[in-house]
Design a protein around this ligand. Structure first.
Ligand code: ADP
Length: 499
């Protein structure tokens, strides 16, 4: 079945053996000997088995990371050498892009046209961006007025051993977002991919070794959140946790990290408002609103899941969107023509289907889409139809909670103040969109939105150079750009008496 879809020749070989974990430069089984299966969400077929790491394995990985931080060649490496290693890794990702893209699609379900042209190239860009930073991470000098004569300067030093935990929606890209700045700043890492999608991270581990990173600098422990993830968060010799995932788990992490007061940065959920004013260029706003919710099956923390449309263009926007939705091609992500793949797992399918039922029960109307019938070919996988709800009230569950699937609420609004207030009426504050030709209004609304990112006449863009993170319960800290350097360095102030 796989080969009918022209799989890259390395993939069957890669999947043929159960996958091990990377600890201290060695590929090892879990201490318990346990393994778990990872599935193809388009077919529910088992792709391979993966070592199930837990507390013991996390402990070994943390020890390896500590040793590499304290003693290894990594700690003595010159910035330009560290930079070259990160550039080399980016080159290797690029050279293996076709294979990585297919592997990502097999494990996550997303269309290969997205994994090949978004996830993998963006991962390369991310490593390159931070490879460039390595030789530019500097301190400052300060004109202190303390009595005496002092040179006061700061050094930006690595934090130490960093634990990183990521979700399953952009497995390789999330690994790049986490690893690239942490490596650039000179930390060592214990990385835990999501249990649903470990494969591209494990392939990345091979490329990390091929690039020549010293042993123990990047350790990869595969396993479940409640065991391996929790052990990493609680570990007293981990200096920092960087997490991307649900707000629910983010709150658990804040609690569990307190033992040794490790630093915590979090990139969490969103219920993002996308606002179309009547004066917007609808030829751009409508396709962007569709992509905002249906890209990556809606499994995106920045997805534009609350679409606010000015009342006088509401019917026009809904009918144009409905027409476009009928044409979205659902299918196995490995087919080049597929525009939307399955959700990642049985659990996620149930979660999204439950939200669709809750929406109906609370009185919202399915305008298009709805539950997938069991009889179709697609019921072999975890597919959900692109779905639009109308007659939605801001207080309904589907308008408040993050669904993480292709389910959109379209809500009419009457004026600017009304929509700002409703857009901000959320515990989240990750991202927002504003569509208008009125420049003043665009700026006024962008300033008023309580959101870590606002796109004006655009939606969904991220770039390695631009800070990214959440207001309110959408997170703590800013990844990307120079701001990520703050997450992975600590500042030391040095006073030198020059009297
Ligand atoms: P989702 O609900 O989208 O699967 P989660 O926030 O549950 O997102 O998972 C994101 C990542 O967090 C995954 O790698 C998962 O294994 C991990 N995780 C889940 N629960 C915990 C926990 N209690 N402690 C640490 N990591 C966890």
């Amino acid at each position: 079945m796989h080969n009918e879809l022209n799989l890259h020749p390395n993939i069957p070989k890669f999947l043929a053996q159960p996958k091990r974990m990377l600890i201290n430069g060695q590929w090892v089984e879990s201490t318990s000997g346990k393994q778990f299966e990872t599935l193809n969400p388009a077919t529910r077929e088992v792709l391979t088995k993966v070592a199930e790491g837990d507390k013991e394995d996390i402990n070994c990985a943390v020890q390896a990371a500590r040793k590499a931080f304290a003693e290894g060649p990594w700690s003595r490496m010159k910035p330009n050498e560290r930079s070259r290693l990160i550039y080399k890794l980016a080159d290797l990702i690029e050279q293996n892009a076709d294979e990585l893209a297919q592997l990502e699609t097999l494990d996550n379900g997303k269309p290969v046209r997205e994994s090949r042209y978004v996830d993998i190239p963006s991962s390369c860009e991310h490593f390159r961006y931070y490879a460039g930073w390595v030789t530019k991470i500097t301190g400052e000098t300060f004109p202190v007025s303390a009595p005496g004569n002092f040179l006061n300067y700061t050094r930006r030093e690595p934090i130490g051993v960093v634990g990183q935990i990521v979700p399953w929606n952009f497995p390789l890209l999330m690994a790049a977002w986490k690893l690239a700045p942490a490596l650039a700043c000179g930390n060592t890492i214990v990385f835990k991919p999501a249990e649903q999608t470990p494969l591209t991270t494990l392939r990345l581990g091979e490329l990390i070794q091929e690039a020549g990173f010293p042993d123990g600098v990047v350790n990869i422990v595969t396993g479940f959140g409640e065991t391996a993830g929790a052990a990493l968060v609680k570990h007293e010799d981990v200096d920092k946790i960087a997490f991307t995932g649900s707000t629910e788990v983010g709150k658990i992490i804040v609690g569990e990290a307190k033992g040794n007061l490790k630093k915590v940065s979090l990139e969490l959920g969103g219920k993002n408002p996308n606002i179309i004013f009547a004066d917007a260029d609808l030829s751009k706003a409508i396709p962007a609103a569709l992509a905002a919710i249906f890209f990556n099956q809606g499994e995106v923390c920045t997805s534009g899941s609350r679409l606010y449309v000015e009342r006088k263009i509401y019917d026009q926007v809904i009918s144009a969107m409905t027409e476009a939705i009928q044409k979205i091609k659902l299918g196995n992500g490995l087919m080049p023509s597929t525009e939307m793949g399955p959700l990642v797992s049985e659990e996620q399918l149930k979660r999204v289907n439950d939200y669709i039922e809750i929406g109906q029960k609370e009185g919202a109307e399915i305008y298009v889409g709805g539950l997938q019938s069991d009889e179709t070919e697609l019921s072999k996988g975890y597919f959900v139809k692109p779905t639009i709800f109308t007659n939605v009230d801001d207080q309904m569950t589907i308008a408040k909670e993050e669904i993480f699937g292709p389910v959109l609420s379209v809500l009419p609004f009457d004026n600017t103040d009304d929509v700002i207030c409703r857009a901000n009426h959320s515990t989240f504050g990750l991202a927002a969109g504003v569509w208008t030709k009125d420049v003043s209004k665009a700026h006024r609304v962008a300033n008023a939105l309580e959101s870590g990112t606002v796109w004006v006449n655009a939606y969904g863009l991220t770039d390695a150079a631009s800070p990214f993170g959440g207001y309110k319960q959408s997170g703590i800290g800013r990844e990307m750009g120079s701001t990520a350097l703050d997450l992975y360095t600590q500042i030391k102030s040095i006073w030198v008496n020059i009297d």
